[in-house]
Ligand binder design. Structure first.
Ligand code: CP
Length: 340
């Protein structure tokens, strides 16, 4: 039974290190520490020549992905390898014992029993990664749980904005910064994690989306809802566009056709012209070009979409080191300083 995946476990003795379950449970100081470490590690992702930093040699990172992924799974794999860890990828498909009826919890217990130090989990059930913390010795990193949270995406998005503004990852680093998050807010775990983290860092977060794709609960997270994309984008320092999460929509929700959706809720070049000077465009991917974003915006000068992917590797390196309880040599004196 699928719901068995969220039951409480026997409270095992955990391995050293830290879970990362969501931005709801992440202190601002912790977030800044991860961002500072990721900033330090960024040249190891983007630089020329050898790009390894083997502080996790002898550690085991297991990626357990029960939902599709391109960016998150691949960048966690690359992050683990850059740090010298043994990285195992488990994708819960027909080639595994999932096809024989094994539950996600039993799969996770099996992977834990092989000696994983950190298990990176994506699952369609909300709070499934949270429930694993009372069952597994390994530290858990949430790589997306249903529509609830996607904390590493929010961290890499925060780093992208900080880098674009040339600001340091410190408390209130985003004070005076307007971030617009637009599209399917209701079913978007990226939106939920970002609203919490960016407001915690001091940003003004404005959300906008069509009827049925934004709910009142969003405002409880700290976002201010406005009625139109134009209102959200005007004066924004960063605009984050989100796709419609079709895999999570209720069957009875009626949405406009693609052309009407793009006309009302698509980020076009004309719309970006009302942004703040130097304002940036972001998208967590996968993009639906011609729906929530036009080609010319996705590939245009304001776009930081591929930079988000690059910084995602650095953020996940920092998160994996934290999950394994390993400090990054050379980082600690710089925590809170970030980019100069
Ligand atoms: N942003 C994101 O989570 O992308 P993937 O689904 O490709 O991992």
């Amino acid at each position: 039974m699928r719901e068995a995946g969220v039951q409480n476990g026997p409270e095992v003795r955990r391995r050293p290190g830290r879970d990362l379950l969501g931005t709801a449970s992440l202190e601002v100081a912790d977030a800044c520490e991860i961002l500072a470490a990721a900033h330090y590690l960024t040249p190891m992702v983007t630089g020329d020549g050898r790009r390894t930093f083997p502080i996790l040699s002898g550690f085991t990172v297991i990626n357990m992905f029960n939902e599709p992924s391109t960016r998150t799974r691949t960048s966690f794999e690359l992050a683990g390898r850059r740090l010298g860890a043994d990285v195992i990828n488990f994708v819960g498909d027909a080639s595994t014992s999932v096809a024989k009826g094994e539950t996600p919890l039993d799969t996770a217990l099996t992977l834990d029993a092989m000696g994983g130090d950190a298990i990176v989990v994506r699952d369609r059930v909300e709070r499934f990664p949270h429930s694993l913390t009372s069952w597994l010795r390994a530290r858990i990193v949430n790589a997306g749980d249903g529509r609830n949270e996607h904390p590493t995406q929010a961290l890499l998005d925060a780093l992208t904005i900080l880098e674009a503004l040339d600001r340091r990852p410190v408390e209130n680093a985003l004070k005076g910064v307007k971030v617009a998050i637009c599209g399917d807010i209701r079913h978007g775990r990226v939106a939920h994690s970002n609203i919490r983290l960016l407001t915690a860092l001091g940003a003004e977060v404005v959300v906008a989306g069509p009827p049925g794709l934004v709910d009142a609960g969003t405002q409880n997270l700290g976002g201010r809802q406005v009625d139109s994309l134009d209102e959200a984008v005007a004066g924004a320092d960063a605009v984050m566009m989100l796709r419609i999460q079709r895999e999570r929509l209720p069957a009875d929700l009626k949405l406009p056709d693609v052309a009407s959706y793009h006309a009302a809720w698509g980020l076009t070049l004309a719309r970006t012209q009302t942004m703040a000077p130097g304002g940036i465009v972001m998208h967590p991917g996968p993009m639906n070009r011609g729906v929530e974003i036009s080609d010319e915006v996705a590939d245009g000068p304001r776009s930081r979409i591929r930079r988000q992917v690059t910084l995602g590797v650095a953020v996940r390196m920092a998160v994996l080191a934290r999950a394994c309880g390993v400090a990054l040599p050379g980082v600690e004196p710089q925590i809170g300083e970030g980019r100069r």
